[in-house]
Design a protein around this ligand. Structure first.
Ligand SMILES: [Zn+2]
Length: 274
């Protein structure tokens, strides 16, 4: 055995984290192959979460994406702290982990031959929660799109409003909705893509306001958790409640699109409405 081979085997003492188990079909998947397949299980088609970098690499023509408002950063208006950690420390940890300053990246890029304003949320940043910065970036994205007469594509992944900023987070629902209204009045298209999960105040504001509403297969989409609803209405909820499929069946989504087909569908939509 050559020295380098021995060395590389020895290096792998810790459990190999190059593999991931699919929660739907239990297949053990090699992470690099999964990334090549835009984080869709090669066996059953389960859609794993995709990072903003992954989305940009997949959807946007290489070298065309220009980020806007990248330096806006959250503050701690309520000096909030839970039992374990201060909000500012949590924020710093998330910024370090994701390399982002907030839970959304916004900018302008080209998809096929069409230019569009894009917002992509990152669930890895404090559960994709909506604080004042996220709301501000979404509102500014729509304002930017009005100035440039461009459509907006927004990919949501969120646990809802960020409790650490209290009422400031809830205010973002109204602010983003108002900006979307103006964009709509300017005659521009907004395509909302809901990925797993899209919940809480995000599902109840900007992500629910698309002219075209697209869900990813199997995505959890809803406002409050099923247990809270069951306790409130004292009724058992139907099976598959709050999945993209359930919402589609009940007219809340226009289509459910497999990630692999999403790019060509977006190009088609942008071309048709452009
Ligand atoms: Zn699978």
């Amino acid at each position: 055995m050559t020295a380098w081979l021995k060395k590389s085997i020895l290096k792998k003492k810790e459990p190999d984290n190059q593999w991931i188990k699919c929660p739907d079909c239990a297949e053990i998947l090699y992470k690099n192959l999964l990334i090549d397949n835009i984080n869709v299980c090669t066996r059953c088609g389960h859609h794993f979460r995709l990072s903003p970098d992954g989305w940009l690499g997949y959807l946007v023509n290489r070298g065309t994406f220009k980020e806007i408002n990248e330096n806006i950063q959250s503050v701690d208006p309520l000096d909030f702290s839970d039992a374990k950690e201060r909000y500012v420390d949590k924020l710093n940890r998330s910024m370090k982990k994701t390399g982002m300053k907030s839970a959304i990246i916004t900018g302008v890029g080209k998809i096929g031959k069409q230019k569009a304003c894009l917002g992509i949320m990152n669930f890895a940043f404090l559960g994709g929660s909506m604080g004042s910065v996220l709301g501000e970036k979404v509102a500014r994205l729509f304002e930017h799109a009005i100035e440039l007469s461009l459509p907006v594509i927004l990919i949501s992944a969120s646990g809802g409003a960020r409790m650490h900023e209290g009422i400031y987070s809830l205010l973002q629902m109204a602010k983003t909705s108002a900006a979307i209204r103006k964009h709509s009045e300017a005659g521009q298209l907004y395509i909302s893509i809901m990925t797993d999960p899209t919940t809480g105040g995000v599902s109840a504001s900007f992500s629910a306001l698309g002219d075209i509403m697209i869900g990813e297969p199997g995505a959890l989409i809803g406002f409050a958790g099923p247990r809270v609803i069951e306790q409130t209405i004292k009724q058992k909820l139907p099976p598959k409640f709050q999945t993209a499929e359930f919402l589609y069946d009940h007219g809340m989504l226009d289509m459910i699109v497999n990630r692999k087909e999403l790019k060509s569908i977006l190009i088609e939509l942008l071309t048709f409405f452009g």
